[in-house]
Ligand binder design. Structure first.
Ligand SMILES: Nc1ncnc2c1ncn2[C@@H]1O[C@H](COP(=O)(O)OP(=O)(O)OP(=O)(O)O)[C@@H](O)[C@H]1O
Length: 309
């Protein structure tokens, strides 16, 4: 598959502050990628640079092997940013038609209605009269108006209720299935885990993890072996088993946090423990995230030590 987004050693400095620090990654056509990070991690700045709205201090960004502002690129890209600002004094329909007119192959109005959940009665409203939620839907419609191949969404579900969020992701997944490449920022771990096929984790302007949710969990967390006891064994017995890092026991359900799940299972079978319903699970994404944040904190404090000398 073709690489359509490429960042090479991108840094953005604001006065003394490095908002983005030497970030490199590439994204292939058809990928669904989450950029995950806490508040202030540098997600929006990275996205604005990708969209050509901000110039990197150093490094390069290319979309479809060209500059983000190239006419052919603009035809193929749609963006929905965090701040909801739409042109006043126009009706919703007029504004959408205006944006559609900039593109050679715009998406039909009926498809836009369907995809964004904008209701027909909202078409004739003036944009300044829309509610926050309606403005967001309009912004989504504007991002899709040109029928883009590549869609950037900056924290798209902030402020949405559970149902709106589910509907939104259902539509985005549909678009992704059609072959569109989707890149979104979020600070919701669960959202990244459930929706994205790949997660790029950012902390303090740096990429600290990149891979599928399973890969990140598999590489950076300890697996859990869970089972039901047929007869009760003391908790200390489990603690003495090799490859066990931690034991949790609640009634007959036992969870062993393993340093090596395969070896631990072998051990359990060799000893013929009287248990059933054995499951092996990966650790949780929260663990990966906090571990990666901890790692970066350590680097930080070392830097402070160096500074103090
Ligand atoms: N125009 C600017 N001038 C100065 N500092 C800025 C500017 N834009 C962003 N920053 C700083 O750069 C850092 C990264 O900001 P950015 O908005 O990219 O983070 P974010 O991960 O998108 O956060 P959030 O989830 O809160 O939107 C922050 O410390 C922010 O204060």
């Amino acid at each position: 598959m073709q690489t359509i987004v490429e960042l090479k050693n991108v840094t953005k400095e604001f006065q003394q502050k490095k908002a983005v620090n030497d970030v490199s990654f590439s994204i292939k056509q058809g990928e669904m990628v989450a950029i995950l990070g806490a508040n202030g991690a540098g997600k929006t700045t990275t996205m604005r640079m990708m969209l050509g709205l901000m110039k990197p201090t150093r490094g390069t960004v290319s979309l479809f092997q060209k500059d983000s502002k190239h006419k052919e690129v603009l035809e193929r890209v749609g963006g929905m940013l965090q701040e909801v600002s739409v042109m006043d004094s126009l009706k919703v329909k007029e504004l959408i038609q205006l944006i559609q007119s900039y593109y050679q192959h715009p998406l039909e109005l009926s498809s836009l209605l369907e995809l964004t959940g904008l209701h027909e009665e909202e078409w004739n409203k003036r944009t300044e009269k829309l509610s926050g939620g309606q403005k967001r839907r309009l912004n989504f419609a504007l991002a899709l108006a040109g029928n883009p191949d590549l869609l950037f969404l900056d924290e798209p579900t902030v402020g949405m209720d559970v149902t709106a969020r589910e509907n939104f992701w259902r539509k985005i997944k549909e678009l992704n299935k059609q072959g569109k490449t989707i890149l979104f920022t979020t600070h919701y771990l669960q959202e990244a885990d459930e929706v994205a096929e790949r997660i790029i984790m950012i902390n303090k302007g740096e990429v600290v993890g990149d891979g599928t949710p399973e890969h990140l969990k598999g590489k950076l967390t300890k697996p859990r072996v869970r089972f039901q006891e047929k007869i009760s064994y003391p908790i200390d017995f489990y603690r003495t088993l090799p490859f066990v890092a931690e034991v949790q026991k609640e009634k007959e359900t036992v969870t062993l946090v393993a340093t090596n799940a395969d070896q631990l299972l072998k051990e359990i079978f060799d000893r013929q423990l009287n248990i059933h319903h054995i499951e092996v699970k990966l650790g949780r994404l929260e663990e990966v995230f906090s571990q990666l944040m901890e790692d970066t904190k350590e680097v930080d404090s070392n830097e402070h030590l160096l500074d103090a000398k």
